[in-house]
Design a protein around this ligand. Structure first.
Ligand SMILES: Nc1ncnc2c1ncn2[C@@H]1O[C@H](C[S@+](CC[C@H]([NH3+])C(=O)[O-])CC(=O)[O-])[C@@H](O)[C@H]1O
Length: 326
């Protein structure tokens, strides 16, 4: 992969007075796409080129199922070709997406998370937004659907970048992209976002305060942070550091209580901290489907005690906190 799929977004940066970001972002993206970026990339790129053209349709960004609506159903042959080609980008974790009747029933009901946070956000209309760890861009599309001016999604997992490109082949939006970058790859001069989302990323970072400070630096003063992460239920300032895996995940480093999280945010320069939601992740929200055939949450919970993971740790509960850069 070269810079071609990202060009419309970079051109858009030029048009929105963010031209100064372009060369540094291009260099960062190219560094990630170098030789050996991912052994399966050529196959994924081949799938992209074999996606069928679909009849004229209307893009839907502001509904649970992001995608394309049209008057008539697709022909059976065309739907089969679309399904088979998109399946070559398995596993589809974030969604759902609906393309002219083809329903990509993804591992996560990401729309449920969106529903839990949307009411609490400062409206996104005309805002410059960054979504850190955006996966295939499902929530980023919802942000655009709320009227954001420009949404930059970043995610270091190349398959999710390619999944974004597959969906955007049909939705054709230039003011949104998923760049193959981790937060640590963002060039220094990038800052000034009105809203920054970090959802499902915090507990994967080894250094919690550094992540919060980085998120703060990306915002303009007064800009809004939306932080979604695993929390420990109960009172007091406590932190669980899993001794090994957590719900089978190797890279979960810390799970704080809400009280601890609020103190961390304040120490890192955030003000007006609000808890928008606290929800135990259910077996209905994260599960295996046709589009994600590997194991999922129900396999990682204790079959006899729904309050515990298979490691005997508290089952996943996630909180959404909203705060402003002071
Ligand atoms: N250093 C990093 N920088 C940026 N992203 C990273 C990094 N490391 C991993 N990721 C990415 O962070 C995402 C975490 S999933 C959340 C998706 C979405 N936000 C959601 O809220 O559904 C977790 C979950 O399932 O909740 C993955 O796509 C990683 O590739």
């Amino acid at each position: 992969m070269d810079l071609t799929p990202f060009k419309p977004f970079f051109d858009q940066l030029d048009r929105t007075a963010l031209a100064a970001w372009r060369s540094a972002l291009e260099a960062a993206v190219l560094a990630r796409l170098g030789p050996g970026a991912h052994g399966d990339l050529p196959q994924w790129e081949a799938a992209l080129t074999e996606l069928p053209d679909l009849p004229e349709s209307t893009a839907v960004l502001d509904a649970s199922c992001v995608g394309l609506r049209g008057a008539d159903p697709l022909s059976e042959a065309m739907e089969a070709q679309l399904r088979e080609t998109l399946m070559r980008l398995h596993p589809w974790r974030k969604g759902p997406f609906c393309l002219r009747g083809l329903h990509l029933d993804t591992e996560w009901r990401s729309d449920w998370k969106w529903d839990r946070l949307a009411e609490s956000l400062t409206p996104l209309k005309d805002r410059l937004v960054l979504d850190v760890g955006c996966g295939n861009g499902y929530h980023a599309w919802r942000m655009l659907g709320e009227g954001a001016r420009l949404v930059m999604g970043i995610d270091p997992t190349l398959l999710y970048v390619v999944q974004f490109q597959a969906i955007n082949r049909y939705l054709g939006r230039d003011c949104l992209s998923v760049l193959p970058l981790g937060i640590e790859d963002l060039p220094k001069g990038i800052t000034g976002f009105d809203t920054v989302f970090s959802m499902g990323v915090f507990y994967h970072r080894r250094s919690p305060m550094d992540h919060l400070l980085e998120l703060g630096r990306l915002l303009r003063p007064g800009g809004e942070l939306v932080l979604e992460t695993l929390v420990l239920e109960g009172d007091g300032e406590r932190v669980l550091v899993p001794p090994g895996r957590y719900a089978s995940m190797r890279n979960v480093w810390f799970i704080p209580t809400l009280e601890a999280l609020e103190v961390w945010l304040a120490r890192c320069g955030f003000v007006g901290v609000r808890v928008a939601d606290v929800t135990r992740t259910s077996r209905e929200e994260q599960r295996s489907t046709d589009w994600m055939r590997f194991q999922s949450l129900p396999d990682h919970l204790d079959s006899e005690d729904p309050d515990r993971t298979i490691e005997g740790l508290p089952a996943p509960t996630r909180a959404i906190l909203i705060a402003r850069r002071g």
